[in-house]
Design a protein around this ligand. Structure first.
Ligand SMILES: [Zn+2]
Length: 853
């Protein structure tokens, strides 16, 4: 089957008029499309899905009108318009009348519902067109390269707000309580970026950023949660105009919080839509993590206005050009906004997550051939966003920030209002840097996986070599090579050596003036590769932790654990290494440490669990003692967030009863006086109280979830419901994933949390097996796929067999290599368990060493 529309007819302009009926969940539409016909045709083929077309006619350039008939091919999502006589080559106008439905699947033109404070239900109509769902809103040439100008008119009840991509040109009452709202012409852009939102929404007054008014929209009663988003929105809009050296391509910028939203946000030009947690926040009551999320997502979407909207990938294979760039730019902007957040260090956590997937045999290149648009849906993953963003950061560091920016500007200037491919980006960066970019970069983009750099002592220096890193043995991995922009730092007598190296096909000997006290082979931590140090070098490095940057310590932990997962280091040795970090102060390093101990918790036998809990306590206690339970006036935001992270680890993974006791007391204090507990500690208290709690706490948290005052509060109490350990409470939470009590945008993630918890996973898996068809029907497609990530925590040979049989029997398709990846991750964990269970149990049974000072 050919997935591309015939090139004989292409659109240049759409005039669309839509009249939605929110109560009936339908809409009526009419559009006139300016088309160019290149050869005479009697048939016009375009995309349409869940629409019915009542009439089709073409007004030709020479004044003739030809009436046609429309047939729909639902499977192909296409409309075929047949005309009795040929339409000649030339410029004509195609007019269609059609009707459609406002669906509940959170794609296309869909319905979102919410309850107000008095409990009354309200409906919003909103759009989510990426990747290929504009065709559910209006018949169109739904391919990113077929850009056109959009002139939108919406007819809606007078009392409702209506927003589209551009500013309102006119608003006219049309009788019967309705109004006709006409929007300005858009720039030339792709169909997937068109947006309409209709409902009882309120907006902030505009903040002017140069000539551009910026507003945030939300359902009534939430305007007090918009200040933070406005601030980062205005900052990033200004920042990107300067960075790109090019004005914002729209005529206004609205950011809208939609109560039901499948993804995090969507970069519709001038009308960015968000799920509420990614836009609305009470900054005084939110933790650092929660505020950082809002800042990240807002900056990411604003970056897309240029990268994605102004210049767009030619076809879906190039989605990384949009997403990796927006991710990279998001970090640049947030780092410039709040340098004290150390955003590039925190990005290490995302980079490591991408390495987790890219170390699988079943990984994929960042860019690969996409034929069916469906295949691109699975591209919205860690590899596109986080590996892509990491690889760009590595290149930027290699070229220097200024040269890189010069290349980006060239690329945008050359392709604005048009489309581009990866080779176009390389060309622009090559022109700016005068370096052979494709030679260095193609291996990172067009090939799967990444290298393991091996560092061994040699003479007074070191020898560097590489192979591909995989957790499971992979044929040919030994001989795979990348061009690695590497930075080496070594401490030698009387000073340091710090040098950039391009490590290529051959091993490289690096001579040093004297044998090094220690060597770091990913200095600055930006490289997308792992490092394996020969044992004597590793020993020296772990003895010099204070000399390393936080991101370098993070990579040391992350790489060591990956080597243990891949049978290149005994797991007990890894646990031993974690003892070196009891004095650690960086939050990201702790994230890596705690994450790895949580992983071990999922593969040990139940009778080893108390021993692991003791080890967790031993590792974490000292840091908690140093930080205390209460925020100090002179400490920074990251220290406060770290306190929350560590308390949570101690009270849940460490099962520390004294901490649980104290958390209950603190939570009781919070109930009396909300200002008595720091916002970064509160989410940890809630998680701990749940882990140690029973029915009364469950009831309370359920009520608080339902009556939540902010999106963040709602999320905390919702996910806390998955943290209770009694089977009857787990069963109650499981039911909520399918009975409508939890929004379909959140239910799959709640289900995933239940599958991952060591106390809930058995019951959760049985529930999934019994209810997966309901889930497939209720959950939005992209989120449905994510719920199955939870099977990677079902670590036992029996579960593994059962999981495989389940997917085979039910023929569940998750798109791309998603399913293979989940199964491989499960295999890696089970293999580690089979190989190391005895060694781990023996190590854990030994009394923990006293903390090192
Ligand atoms: Zn994006």
């Amino acid at each position: 089957m050919d997935y591309r529309l015939p090139a004989t007819v292409v659109p240049s302009r759409y005039d669309i008029r839509l009249e939605p009926d929110l109560e009936a969940a339908t809409f009526a539409g009419e559009e006139t499309v300016a088309i160019t016909v290149t050869v005479p045709v009697t048939e016009i083929v375009l995309n349409a899905a869940e629409l019915s077309i009542q009439s089709a006619s073409v007004a030709t350039a020479d004044g003739m009108t030809v009436e046609g008939s429309a047939t729909l091919d639902e499977a192909a999502e296409r409309a075929r318009l047949l005309f009795p006589s040929p339409i000649p080559a030339g410029e004509h106008r195609l007019t269609l009348r059609f009707t459609g439905i406002l669906n509940d699947r959170l794609h296309g033109f869909y319905r979102s519902t919410y309850k107000d404070a008095a409990g009354a239900s309200h409906v919003i109509a909103a759009t989510q067109f990426e990747a290929t769902d504009a065709r559910r809103g209006f018949p169109c040439w739904d391919e990113p390269a077929l850009k056109a100008v959009f002139g939108v008119t919406l007819v809606v009840p007078e009392r409702l707000a209506v927003i589209s991509n551009t500013r309102v040109v006119s608003e006219t009452p049309t009788g019967a309580g309705k109004k006709t709202v006409v929007f300005a012409d858009s720039i030339r852009m792709s169909t997937y970026l068109v947006a309409f939102v209709v409902g009882e929404l309120e907006a902030t007054p505009p903040v002017m950023v140069g000539p551009t008014p910026l507003r945030v929209w939300c359902v009534p009663g939430k305007l007090h949660l918009t200040r933070f988003a406005l601030e980062i929105g205005a900052f990033s809009l200004d920042y990107f105009e300067r960075y790109y050296g090019m004005p914002y391509p729209g005529d206004k910028l609205d950011m809208l919080a939609i109560p039901d939203f499948a993804a995090g946000a969507m970069e519709n030009l001038g009308a960015i839509t968000y799920r509420e947690t990614a836009l609305l926040v009470d900054e005084t009551a939110a933790s650092h993590t929660e505020r950082e999320r809002v800042a990240d997502v807002v900056a990411h979407e604003v970056a897309h206005m240029w990268f994605g909207d102004l210049v767009t990938m030619l076809w879906w294979n190039g989605i990384w050009l949009n997403e990796a760039f927006a991710t990279f730019m998001e970090l640049l902007a947030v780092d410039a906004w709040k340098p004290e957040w150390n955003r590039w260090t925190t990005f290490g956590v995302s980079r490591a997550a991408a390495m987790g997937v890219d170390g699988l045999v079943n990984t994929r290149p960042i860019e690969f051939e996409v034929r069916a648009p469906r295949d691109c849906e699975a591209m919205f993953d860690l590899l596109t966003y986080e590996k892509g963003g990491s690889v760009l950061r590595m290149l930027e560091q290699y070229l220097s920030g200024d040269v890189f920016r010069g290349g980006v500007r060239l690329y945008l200037e050359r392709h604005r209002f048009g489309n581009a491919e990866t080779t176009d980006l390389w060309e622009a960066l090559g022109d700016a840097s005068r370096l052979p970019i494709p030679e260095v970069m193609n291996g990172w983009i067009f090939r799967p996986g990444y290298p393991l750099v091996i560092v061994e002592p040699e003479g007074t220096g070191v020898k560097l070599s590489q192979r591909r890193f995989t957790y499971l043995p992979s044929e040919g991995a030994d001989t795979e090579r990348w061009q690695i922009p590497l930075r080496l730092r070594a401490s030698v007598k009387r000073g340091f050596v710090d040098k950039p190296i391009l490590l290529g096909n051959e091993p490289l000997s690096v001579s040093l003036p004297a044998p090094p006290e220690w060597v770091v082979a990913n200095a600055g931590g930006h490289g997308f590769y792992r490092v394996q140090y020969a044992p004597p070098l590793l020993k020296k490095l772990t003895g010099a932790l204070k000399k390393l940057a936080p991101i370098e310590r993070f990579n040391l932990v992350s790489d060591a654990f990956a080597l243990a997962q891949g049978a290149m280091m005994p797991a007990a040795d890894y646990l031993d290494l974690t003892a070196r970090f009891v004095e650690e102060t960086d939050r990201n390093v702790w994230t890596a440490l705690i994450g790895s101990l949580g992983y071990v918790n999922r593969l040990i036998a139940d009778d080893s669990r108390p021993h692991l809990e003791a080890l967790v306590r031993q590792r974490v206690e000292g840091a908690v003692e140093r930080l205390g339970w209460e925020a100090q006036p002179d400490e920074d935001e990251l220290a406060r967030q770290l306190r929350g992270d560590l308390l949570r680890a101690l009270g849940t993974l460490g099962n520390d009863q004294a901490v649980q006791e104290r958390a209950r007391a603190f939570y009781a204090r919070y109930r009396e006086d909300e200002s008595a507990v720091d916002a970064n500690v509160l989410p940890a208290l809630i998680a701990i109280v749940a882990a140690a709690g029973a029915e009364p706490e469950y009831e309370e948290f359920l009520q608080r979830f339902k009556a939540a005052r902010t999106p963040q509060e709602e999320q905390r109490y919702l996910y806390a419901l998955a943290g209770f350990r009694q089977p009857e409470l787990i069963r109650r939470t499981l039911e909520k994933t399918t009975n409508g009590e939890v929004r379909s945008q959140d239910a799959p993630f709640l289900m995933r949390a239940l599958l991952v918890g060591v106390h809930s996973r058995g019951l959760a898996w049985e529930y999934v097996k019994a209810n997966w068809q309901t889930m497939a029907r209720q959950y939005p497609g992209s989120a449905y796929r994510r719920l199955y990530e939870g099977v990677t925590a079902l670590v036992s040979p029996e579960w593994e067999q059962d999981v495989k049989a389940f997917f085979e029997t039910n023929r569940i398709v998750l798109g791309g290599k998603t399913l293979e990846q989940y199964l491989e991750q499960l295999r890696i964990a089970v293999r580690l368990q089979e190989r190391e269970a005895a060694g781990l149990a023996a190590y854990l049974a030994k009394p923990p060493r006293p903390p090192r000072r």
